[in-house]
Design a protein around this ligand. Structure first.
Ligand SMILES: NC(=O)c1ccc[n+]([C@@H]2O[C@H](COP(=O)([O-])OP(=O)(O)OC[C@H]3O[C@@H](n4cnc5c(N)ncnc54)[C@H](O)[C@@H]3O)[C@@H](O)[C@H]2O)c1
Length: 276
């Protein structure tokens, strides 16, 4: 018997990285998956975002577990499109239990980070996009009366400030990742009587295509002072968590062991924020 047998999870940014890791593990533990990803590059982001092939690979890996997945290309900034993905998935699978607002961008490298639009894009994708993911899900979580779990992926930059050189991209990333803490705290209060728990996740660097790309490698080489600032006090290999470790935290929070945890910033950062 799986930890989430019979449950249904809705995941944004499901095509690769942490989103795919969460989708596959939840499926291995018995959940059906509803997910979406933009599957297109963004002019304010230097590195490539996920592709349709990435989304197809997530579908393949989830279906290999024997569970079902409804996965569609959609932009988290398009509230109507996100609601349609979700409503279609719930119509197909019958219910909703878990929401993972995970989609994100890191507009901190390249010339793009100096454009003012990088600030707005970061906030639109990761703060407004989080709202677009969560608000249409609430009625579905309430519908069966059995409670639910909402997890929003923030960052260490949602606990402490980033180092921005005054550029809009880094500042926007930090603004969005702090902003979702306010969303989390307010919804946790509102939804607690219905046993719907809401928390934010704050990992240190994670080994996903957001970081493991040519643009970020060059950025770190060109900014050795910032590379120094990215170190974790605990010996995290290569300074980066495996996405599966983030999924371990998700499984704890969606499972029985997490049943009294709500309104919290769940920080698993190798001591990063304590040191600053
Ligand atoms: N990688 C890290 O070091 C790190 C650290 C802390 C927090 N985070 C956060 O973790 C979350 C997951 O990131 P990841 O590490 O898996 O990186 P990733 O780039 O592999 O995954 C992010 C996914 O979000 C999708 N996405 C981007 N813009 C979108 C949009 N407008 N609409 C829909 N989907 C969109 C991307 O296509 C991609 O598949 C993000 O919110 C990120 O900010 C990452």
């Amino acid at each position: 018997m799986g930890a989430v047998d019979g449950k249904v999870a809705f995941i944004s940014g499901v095509a690769r990285g942490q989103g795919r890791s969460h989708a596959v593990r939840l499926a291995e533990e018995g959940a059906d998956i509803i997910g979406f990803d933009v599957c297109e590059n963004d002019p304010d982001v230097e590195y490539p975002l996920a592709t349709q092939e990435d989304l197809d690979e997530t579908v393949r890996q989830v279906e290999k577990t024997g569970q079902r997945i409804h996965a569609v290309k959609a932009d988290v900034r398009d509230a109507a499109a996100v609601k349609k993905v979700l409503d279609d998935g719930v119509a197909e699978f019958g219910r909703l239990d878990i929401v993972l607002a995970n989609a994100g961008i890191m507009p901190i490298t390249g010339e793009q980070r100096n454009r003012q639009s990088a600030f707005a894009t970061a906030v639109e994708v990761m703060l407004i996009g989080t709202a677009n993911t969560i608000f249409p899900a609430i009625p579905h979580l309430q519908a069966h009366g059995e409670g639910g779990v909402i997890l929003i992926t923030s960052s260490t930059n949602g606990v402490v400030g980033g180092i921005s050189e005054g550029n809009p991209g880094v500042t926007g990333y930090s603004a969005a990742k702090h902003g979702v803490v306010g969303v989390m705290r307010t919804l946790a209060n509102t939804l607690a009587p219905q046993n719907i728990r809401v928390n934010t996740l704050h990992p240190t660097g994670v080994n996903s295509p957001m970081i493991a790309n040519e643009a970020f490698g060059r950025y770190v080489t060109e900014h050795p002072d910032m590379a120094e600032n990215l170190q974790n006090p605990l010996p995290v290999p290569n300074g980066l968590l495996d996405p599966s470790y983030v999924t371990d935290q998700v499984m704890h929070l969606v499972g029985e062991s997490g049943r009294y945890i709500t309104g919290q910033r769940i920080i698993f950062d190798g001591g990063f924020t304590n040191y600053r």
